[in-house]
Design a protein around this ligand. Structure first.
Ligand code: ADE
Ligand code: ZN
Ligand code: ZN
Length: 276
């Protein structure tokens, strides 16, 4: 079973929230930075990098730094009632995305942190604010956030002859990639046009644990609610494929909103960190 799972582990391009997702979030944030925050970011990252170019660095280093792997998610069980959550248990030793955002924020807020540490903290922060908005990075169903729930999927056009096997988590990480056609800069502009000033006001507040809880609620109420419990390693046990319009029908709006929120909230954190 485990071997099987490993073999089928990467039917889609790897990457948490995918490259396009993380870069799109970074561009939206960049477009909402105050001049002071823009300047501080430039000083920390240097002339050759920007928020978008560093946004998937945290995924690239996981193999070299395995202790960072749990920093990308926060597992609340979607089948438990709220009163049963033990948040401290979820985030032991600060090994979760919520506490890591707080930690990186703290390093950046310290005036005297060495530049090298600030640079690393900023690279992590950009990435983790993205991850905390991927609903399946804040939820679990004894399936490692959907990594162990396998489905057949016929592709976004619905025209392909051969269904591929996808796991729910990887599928969500890469959900928008076929649509975005890899141009995150243009995709960010397109999303920004839909963000109202009211949205900005509502989103640019709260703390990482609130954002994680919001993601969790989406995972529970809009993603897991229509799927069977627990791991689905045995192919076809559910007896149903993921609908061909899974993304284009129901989920697209959710994905777009989460990307927009993540961008606005990343800007909110950075603007607070580097006041005028
Ligand atoms: N591994 C275990 N749970 C996970 C989750 N919710 N997201 C990403 N990776 C995980
Ligand atoms: Zn990640
Ligand atoms: Zn992921």
């Amino acid at each position: 079973m485990l071997l099987g799972a490993g073999f089928y582990a990467f039917p889609l391009p790897l990457g948490a929230w995918g490259r396009v997702g993380h870069q799109t979030i970074a561009y939206i944030a960049q477009d909402h930075l105050t001049p002071a925050a823009q300047k501080a970011v430039r000083e920390i990252l240097g002339p050759d990098q920007d928020l978008a170019s560093v946004s998937i660095w945290a995924d690239a280093i996981v193999r070299m730094r395995p202790e960072t792997a749990p920093w990308h998610f926060f597992n609340l069980n979607v089948r438990q009632s709220q009163g049963e959550y033990d948040i401290a248990d979820v985030c032991r030793n600060h090994d979760c995305v919520v506490d890591q955002i707080e930690k990186d924020y703290g390093v950046l807020a310290q005036r005297f942190s060495p530049l090298r540490e600030k640079r690393e903290a900023l690279k992590f922060l950009v990435h983790f604010v993205g991850d905390v908005h991927q609903p399946l990075h804040c939820a679990d169903d004894n399936d490692r956030g959907g990594n162990e729930k396998w489905f057949r999927y016929h592709g976004p056009s619905g025209r392909s002859w051969h269904a591929t096997w996808v796991n729910l988590h990887g599928f969500w990480d890469n959900l928008l990639e076929p649509k975005a056609k890899e141009n995150s800069r243009r995709f960010a502009y397109w999303l920004e046009k839909k963000i109202s000033s009211e949205d900005k006001k509502t989103w640019a507040q709260g703390k990482p644990s609130d954002w994680a809880y919001e993601s969790f609620s989406i995972a529970r109420d809009d993603i897991y609610n229509e799927l069977p419990d627990g791991p689905l390693l045995e192919k076809n046990r559910w007896g149903q494929d993921l609908p061909e319009d899974y993304y284009s029908g129901k989920m697209r709006g959710i994905v777009d909103r989460q990307l927009e929120k993540a961008g606005i909230r990343l800007a909110y954190l950075l603007n607070n960190l580097f006041p005028q």
